[in-house]
Design a binder for this molecule. Structure first.
Ligand code: IPE
Ligand code: IPE
Ligand code: MG
Length: 250
């Protein structure tokens, strides 16, 4: 573990890591338990990942906790996830404050149950001046829905003569996404062996490095995050340029 930590180049770390926390249901099933047991056991992984990222000096961590498509799961599971969200936020708030963690959310927050919206707003407000790391929860999040909303809002401004069509550029679009206050994703990690994006941060991941691991989310620990970061650091991000250009830039 120490050796892994030493092989991380702290000058080349990703600024923004986004994670698709997948595999809770399979983890529980493997133990002969109900899916919800897996969701309950996801908290240790969340805590350890956030603490490790923060200790490494990573400034943005964005966790996919509930997708727009997840509303189609059985009501029992959706209800359990929503109540878990409320209890977790309440329980963790003192820790977020102590550890200087700023909480943020992306997604269609108004579709969450009222009590979840209330607790979330309270946690965001209570941590708004924190600086060490921004921990964003994607809740009722869907990238396509986010883009549709952005287009609607931009169109309204055009119709009201607040914005000239010719002025629409990437920055304008960025500013109308849920992630307006977040930088692009550098590294996307998905657990549980699935190799897909599942409607997550499509625009924001345009040039992200993708990392897939077989580890199921409730088992994800410090060393797994180290592995992902080390893998990321061994890649060359060329952004369309040639390898020679990248070398001479360094
Ligand atoms: C991820 O684990 C958590 C959520 C989507 C809320 P899953 O619940 O998708 O677990 P699997 O993929 O069925 O194992
Ligand atoms: C993606 O996981 C959403 C979250 C992790 C919250 P899913 O398990 O819902 O994704 P698919 O539907 O299998 O791709
Ligand atoms: Mg899944």
């Amino acid at each position: 573990m120490e050796e892994k930590l030493r092989s991380i180049n702290l000058h080349k770390k990703p600024n923004h890591i986004a994670i698709i926390m997948d595999g809770n249901g399979r983890w529980a099933k493997g133990k002969g338990m109900q899916r919800v047991f897996g969701h309950r056991n996801a908290l240790t992984a969340i805590r350890e990942t956030a603490d490790t990222a923060s200790d490494l000096g990573i400034k943005f961590l964005t966790l996919y906790a509930f997708s727009t498509e997840n509303w189609n799961r059985p009501k029992f599971e959706v209800d359990a996830l929503m109540s878990l969200l409320v209890t977790t936020l309440k329980k963790e708030l003192p820790e977020f404050i102590k550890k200087d963690v700023k909480i943020n959310s992306i997604g269609n927050i108004s579709s969450l149950p009222k009590n979840a919206q209330k607790v979330l707003a309270h946690v965001i407000e209570s941590t708004k001046n924190n600086k060490k790391i921004t921990l964003t929860f994607a809740l009722s999040y869907g990238s396509r829905e986010e883009i549709v909303n952005a287009i609607k809002n931009i169109s309204k401004k055009v119709v009201n003569n607040e914005l000239d069509v010719e002025k629409i550029n990437e920055k304008v679009i960025n500013n109308h996404l849920y992630t307006f206050n977040l930088p692009d994703v550098d590294l996307m990690i998905r657990t549980s062996g699935e190799q897909r994006i599942s409607n997550y941060l499509l625009w924001q991941m345009a040039y992200a490095e993708l990392y897939f691991t077989e580890v199921l989310w409730p088992d994800f620990r410090k060393e797994h995050l180290f592995d992902a970061i080390i893998d990321y650091q061994n890649r060359e991000r060329r952004f369309g340029k040639t390898s020679e250009q990248i070398e001479s830039d360094e």
